[in-house]
Design a protein around this ligand. Structure first.
Ligand SMILES: [Zn+2]
Length: 289
């Protein structure tokens, strides 16, 4: 159903104080992948991480951004997915050669970090999520159960065409216990979320939870968006320091920097680079060339 593509849809089990979300990303996922030619092993992990980050990003209440990051692994050296409160996403991965096939081997040696930036002051909360489980969904479930103490279930899947996910979460005000959580999570156990995501939301929910009273909210559109800019690129170049900046343009007239998230190319002319180097050196900025 074309209408449900690139959307996130929330729903609520009226009698259970359990909420859920379904996400399916098609052109957003294609756009995110164009910046780099990712091998199949990375495609699956990156797409599942994108689905998870979007599901979690929907919980941001005010201005803010959710970042899921795996870093320091031998195979997946860096994986970053970001979703802001308007459901605008971007992401990338750096990886080595000869990649293993299982999640556990792929992220071996790495650390998973979830960062929430919120409010006007960009308050940051960072959590480390152990990568001890068999897949990303299970790692996130363990983290939500033990550290956040909000029972949560994730189903995540991704292939070249689509990234899809389903999440069920007990609301904080819910009194623990009761058979509802058990009943609902049993209903989605072993569900092929990729196959189910081909159905429309209403059809999917009534197929999986035929007996339940479900309130389905309007679909929220998800977009690919990168907030890179010439200003940010110049700030990044400044961090190199004045000598490295001058070296960069000693043999060429422009420095070309490509944003790794969206592949946008930025060209900074030599005059501008010399001016930045001069500013950094604390001179007057009147550059003689
Ligand atoms: Zn960009």
């Amino acid at each position: 159903m074309a209408d449900d593509n690139d959307t996130l849809r929330r729903f609520l089990f009226e009698k259970e104080e359990i909420r859920g979300s379904i996400v399916r990303l098609d052109s957003v996922w294609q756009e995110l992948r164009t910046a780099e030619d990712y091998p199949a092993e990375v495609v699956a992990l990156l797409g599942e991480s994108l689905a998870a980050t979007t599901l979690l990003g929907r919980n941001l209440k005010f201005h803010g951004r959710m970042t899921l990051q795996v870093q320091g692994g031998a195979h997946v050296r860096l994986l970053v997915l970001q979703c802001d409160n308007q459901l605008r996403v971007r992401g990338l991965a750096h990886f080595g050669d000869d990649l293993p096939h299982t999640f556990t081997e792929l992220v071996d040696g790495g650390a998973l970090c979830i960062t929430v930036e919120s409010g006007k002051d960009h308050d940051r909360y960072q959590s480390i999520v152990p990568l001890s489980e068999i897949d990303l969904a299970a790692c996130l479930e363990l983290y939500y159960r033990q550290s956040v103490q909000l029972p949560t279930v994730f189903l995540l899947a991704a292939d070249e065409e689509r990234a899809a996910g389903l999440m069920l979460q007990a609301l904080p005000e819910r009194v623990s216990g009761g058979g509802g959580w058990q009943r609902l999570t049993s209903a989605i156990q072993g569900l092929d979320v990729m196959r189910m995501s081909r159905l429309g939301d209403e059809t999917l929910l009534s197929a999986v939870f035929p007996e339940e009273d479900i309130r389905l909210f309007d679909a929220d559109p998800v977009e690919f968006h990168c907030d890179c800019s010439m200003e940010r690129i110049e700030n990044m170049l400044r961090m190199l320091g004045p000598h490295e900046l001058v070296d960069l343009v000693s043999e060429q007239n422009t420095v070309e920097v490509r944003c790794e998230f969206c592949n946008q190319a930025y060209e900074v002319g030599s005059e501008r680079v010399f001016a930045m180097a001069a500013e950094l050196s604390g001179s007057s900025g009147k550059q003689v060339h």
